[in-house]
Design a protein around this ligand. Structure first.
Ligand code: NG6
Ligand code: CA
Length: 515
């Protein structure tokens, strides 16, 4: 059944592509390559399930994202593999749970590349199948070899060594130094006479820091974030030099949209995969003037509007390039939401009754569903199951095998352990999806979810994220068992009532860890 449907879909896409590509110079592209649909993945940062109007937000309007849901399928039971950025992205790109690999917690800004260059990856698979692959925006998976990135030289290995043809990166996060863009192997606009130095252990150079020069800050930190000041904002980590290369926080989205558009324009006549990995809505939340004060929720709301603008720009570009009928657009987030993630941006004071997790327990970092249950929308070019809401269970780790299936790649390396072909879920046809999945919390317990049961392994640790975001971690000395069907907000621990269920799920998790 699934096979027939995928065949039908590809068949429809071939028809569309032929329609729109008549006038293009297709001399050098094989017929097979022309037939494949483009994939644009808009991967947002820290956007909560409840942060967009099509997923229930009422304090904010996100019309461009909602339009995607109206023209596509909204997935209400989809998960990132983890409650923070680095492991979620690792899983999405490699098809494996990140906890299988040491050191994939939140990466430092000078971390070396975390993805083994020899392994199978999502972009690598697509590239082999004839796609041009590009990533624009946040990376946060490390750069460089064992000694980390050579900021003043060739920065490699990185995305180009794990399957991307093009990269334009925020190397780590907006709140970590160096605050520069890296295009392919080099920092953009770096003046060789003003070399850049980065240090995550101790202060380097004489640039002011948030700790020593708070009077120079336009945005004050609430947790950590008191190292080098760049653009009036103190960051995590120390840097000096590279003045001409520093980004402007207020125009990061415009820069990323611009580079995304250029990538799309350069590949209108061959299949492409674009991963637009936004800085929004991560901290520091510094909206462009266009959006400042435009939401009722202060900076956090303003950057949600800014994110919606980004989506609008990309959709307009696809329309202008006549690519909408041959491009799959995927929209999702890397982990759950957080209100105060380290700066006094008044997110908490101005929140009103907005619920970033949509009411779920926990949030970013947490083992509870608020940590990794995220919004997912897919717009199929042929309007397949348009406007549908799917409750099928899906994990972002499945994109690799699902897209491989879609484009007819049959063989993948046996290093891909966890990714499952769930194309029929993505198409809206399979209404059940995965039977189980694992969620990773930040430095905390793993959870095993099967059907409507969720087991959280017992582990000693702080009940709340210790540095201040006011989020429950999920650490408990006793095992936890929740019935997500009757108790979606994980309030009643049923572990004592159903010891057999606990035993069963614990064993399944233990066995999975052995794979
Ligand atoms: C934390 C930072 C937080 C954010 C997070 C990574 C502090 C106090 N907090 O350590 O602000 O940067 O790391 O977020 O430093 S993520 O979305 O990239 O995983
Ligand atoms: Ca994140």
């Amino acid at each position: 059944y699934t096979l027939v449907l995928s065949f039908l879909l590809i068949y429809t896409l071939i028809g569309c592509k032929n329609k729109t590509s008549e006038n293009r110079d297709t001399a050098n592209i094989s017929k097979e390559e022309q037939q494949k649909p483009n994939i644009v993945l808009i991967y947002t940062d820290d956007l909560g399930y409840g942060d967009i109007s099509s997923f229930g937000a009422t304090s904010i309007e996100t019309p461009a994202i909602d339009a995607l849901a109206n023209e596509g399928i909204a997935f209400h039971n989809a998960y990132a593999t983890a409650a923070t950025c680095t492991p979620s992205r690792y899983s999405l790109l490699t098809g494996d749970y990140a906890w299988r690999k040491k050191g994939t917690g939140v990466a430092k800004g000078d971390q070396s590349l975390l993805i083994d260059t020899a392994r199978t990856t999502l972009p690598g698979m697509l590239k082999t199948a004839g796609y041009k692959t590009g990533i624009v925006g946040k990376w946060h998976l490390g750069l460089g070899g064992e000694d980390g990135p050579d900021w003043n030289g060739k920065i490699a290995p990185g995305p180009l060594e794990v399957g991307f043809d093009y990269s334009y990166l925020i190397p780590a996060t907006g709140d970590r130094v160096p605050c520069v863009f890296v295009e392919n192997h080099h920092i953009v606009n770096l003046d060789p006479n003003d070399p850049i130095n980065v240090n995550y252990k101790e202060k380097i150079g004489d640039w002011p820091t948030g700790k020593e020069n708070p009077e120079q800050l336009s945005l004050k930190p609430s947790q950590g974030h008191n190292n080098t000041i760049v653009n009036g904002i103190s960051r995590i980590g120390y840097m000096e030099g590279g003045k001409a290369a520093l980004w402007d926080d207020e125009t990061i989205p415009m820069e990323l949209v611009d580079k995304s558009k250029k990538f799309i324009q350069a590949h209108t006549n061959q299949p492409f995969f674009l991963m637009l990995s936004t800085h929004d809505i991560h901290v520091p939340r510094v909206a462009n003037k266009m959006f400042q004060g435009k939401s009722s929720m202060g900076a956090r709301g303003d950057v949600i509007l800014q994110l919606d603008w980004t989506v609008k720009q990309i959709m307009e570009e696809l329309k202008d390039q006549n690519l909408l009928d041959n491009t799959i657009v995927v929209f999702s987030s890397d982990n759950g939401p957080v209100i105060d993630d380290g700066y006094h941006d008044r997110a908490r004071e101005l929140l009103g009754d907005h619920q970033p997790t949509g009411g779920m327990r926990g949030g970013k970092y947490s083992a509870y569903d608020g940590g990794s249950k995220i919004p997912l929308i897919i717009r199929w070019p042929d309007g397949n199951n348009k406007g549908m809401v799917s409750n099928a269970l899906f994990s972002q780790v499945d994109f690799l095998r699902s897209f491989a299936k879609l484009i007819g790649v049959e063989k993948l390396g046996n290093d891909v352990i966890d990714s499952q072909d769930r194309l029929s879920v993505l198409l809206g046809d399979d209404k059940i999806g995965r039977t189980s999945l694992v969620q990773e919390s930040f430095m905390g317990p793993l959870s095993f979810l099967e059907g409507h049961w969720k087991y959280i392994e017992p582990l000693e640790g702080p009940k709340y994220v210790p540095w201040g975001p006011i989020i429950e971690t999920g650490f408990q000395m006793e095992p936890q068992l929740y019935d997500l069907k009757n108790d979606p907000n994980e309030k009643n621990n049923l572990a004592e009532k159903f010891p057999e269920k606990v035993k069963d799920l614990r064993e399944k998790l233990v066995n999975l860890k052995k794979d």
